[in-house]
Design a protein around this ligand. Structure first.
Ligand SMILES: Cc1cc2nc3c(=O)[nH]c(=O)nc-3n(C[C@H](O)[C@H](O)[C@H](O)COP(=O)(O)OP(=O)(O)OC[C@H]3O[C@@H](n4cnc5c(N)ncnc54)[C@H](O)[C@@H]3O)c2cc1C
Length: 475
């Protein structure tokens, strides 16, 4: 049996940061339980390789949604990191704090302590950002954030096109002004993915009061309504990791609610249906699931300046070698280097549409690329009203949970997505893109009417992999 003051399940974005902070003053001991393994090697550490780990069973839990009723029954891949650093080791590395109004809204709805003024000091303490807005950004935190190099002229074309279309620009969307077109920021440092494993976990593990236990958490052990430890399976043995003070569940927006429900904390009826003793009837657990859904709007490039010419094996090998030996070159970026946050209409309080621009036409997961030079904008609404659930299939801890997003289940989603497509077309049609703009690849010039756009959305909308839950009842 092992024991610590704090036992954290999961070494991902949340778990690694908590391990670092809770152990900082040396007064408490911390055990981090993590099922995934090492993050060593280029698939994770080389930013440009980002589409690999999200497809690898070694690094990804391999979840998928139930057939989505409003997306023609499609089953969507729902990657979550299974490696130290969790999803921060397999994600897109685009660093976005979130809009101050979101935090204020959640605080108004009852999330006390989460207003923008409450969280700003923590955001600042978290990061080192060299060229951010003075007073708003941190300069000596563990998480290194940078603006991408933007060497490809298509990045400035995108920002300029946004300006020409009548939108604002912003120098630092994580500062006082999120709204506008500008350079995207990346969690990349010295050419490497700056995951929370690199930023927080590895430094924390150098302290004597922190240890990492490799194992699969099966449930939180409860005694008299109190969490006293975690039951794990490690090397085919069931063990108890005991918590003197707290058990912290940081196992992701999928596995955290799953673990709570397996431990008797969740909607009572659902727990009983799965033969789980109810410790606390909490209907909010696994409910109010949300995500950012997005589309890739793809355009042919007339000039051979896109990353298409680097998708062949030889180029990939050369990029990999340059990264390996010099930590320089195209391997050091995620290539999301320009983007935007805009409002969909007059009267909308703050940005509700996000754009990520890529100088290549390709799926986010790398599974299909256009057959020539192209570029694309990932676009989608940020405040969809659709809500989903995470539920157990059984009381077996090893069984994958049932994930239902109910994407596009609110009628406003359709209006918003059509607007996103039309808006992106308007941006791509600006003068700034005239030297580059060829034919539209996707949706394609013939797709114009509401019905045609809806069919495209139904068939092609994909998760941006940002799933989260808000407290029950919180809109
Ligand atoms: C492919 C992809 C791309 C993304 N792109 C971006 C992006 O560009 N920008 C952005 O801001 N966000 C992005 N996100 C979202 C972001 O990475 C996540 O929101 C964030 O990392 C979640 O942090 P977390 O601590 O909640 O969970 P995670 O980071 O997923 O950590 C959970 C950890 O718990 C471990 N764990 C789970 N269950 C158990 C168990 N039973 N026993 C032991 N260990 C367990 C997991 O292995 C994992 O290490 C992306 C996510 C993905 C998957």
């Amino acid at each position: 049996m092992r024991e610590a003051d704090f036992v954290i399940i999961g070494s991902g974005s949340a778990g690694a940061a908590l391990a670092y902070r809770l152990s900082e003053d040396g007064k408490n001991s911390v055990i981090v339980i993590e099922y995934g393994g090492s993050d060593f090697g280029p698939f994770i550490q080389m930013p440009a390789a980002l589409s690999f780990p999200m497809n690898m069973a070694r690094y990804d839990w391999g979840f998928e949604s139930e057939p989505e009723p409003h997306l023609g029954g499609r089953v969507l891949a729902t990657p979550r990191g299974k490696v130290i650093g969790g999803s921060s080791s397999i994600n897109g590395m685009v660093f976005v704090r979130g809009h101050a109004r979101d935090f204020d809204h959640w605080a108004d709805e009852g999330a006390t302590g989460w207003a923008s003024a409450d969280v700003l000091p923590y955001f600042k303490r978290m990061e080192t950002m060299a060229d951010g807005e003075t007073g708003w950004r941190g300069t000596d935190g563990p998480l290194h954030v940078r603006k991408g190099p933007r060497d490809n002229p298509l990045f400035s074309a995108f920002i300029e096109a946004g300006r020409q279309a009548g939108f604002e620009t912003t120098e630092d969307y994580n500062g006082s002004k999120q709204e506008g077109f500008g350079a995207l920021q990346q969690t990349i440092h010295k050419g490497r993915r700056w995951s929370t494993a690199n930023a927080y976990l590895k430094p924390a593990l150098k302290r004597e009061n922190v240890s990492l236990v490799n194992g699969f958490a099966r449930r939180i052990v409860m005694e008299n309504q109190r969490a006293i430890g975690v039951e794990i399976e490690s090397h085919k043995k069931i063990q108890l990791v005991k918590a003197r003070r707290e058990v912290i569940v940081a196992a992701s927006s999928i596995n955290s609610p799953k673990l709570l429900m397996l431990s008797g904390i969740g909607p009572a009826k659902h727990l009983r249906e799965n033969d789980i003793d109810v410790v606390a009837d909490r209907p909010g657990v696994g409910s109010n699931l949300q995500d950012h859904l997005e589309l890739y709007i793809q355009q042919e490039s007339l000039q051979p300046i896109t990353l298409y010419s680097k998708l062949n094996l030889l180029s990939k090998g050369l990029i990999g070698a340059q990264w390996l030996f010099l930590k320089s070159g195209l391997g050091t970026s995620n290539h999301f280097e320009a983007g935007a946050f805009v409002r969909s209409a007059a009267g909308v309080d703050y940005p509700d549409i996000q754009f990520h621009f890529l100088p290549v036409a390709i799926r986010y997961d790398g599974k299909a690329a256009a057959k020539g030079h192209g570029f694309q904008a990932h676009v989608g609404p940020m405040r969809s009203k659709s809500r989903g659930t995470i539920r157990l299939r059984s009381g077996d801890a090893w069984e994958k949970p049932e994930i239902r997003f109910n994407y596009m289940s609110h009628p406003d989603d359709w209006r918003d997505f059509r607007h996103c497509i039309r808006l992106t077309r308007e941006i791509f049609s600006q003068d700034a893109f005239t030297p580059y703009r060829g034919r539209e690849i996707a949706p394609g010039e013939t797709v114009q009417s509401d019905e045609e756009l809806d069919a495209f959305i139904r068939e092609h909308a994909e998760s941006a992999y940002h799933l989260w839950h808000l407290p029950y009842g919180c809109a």
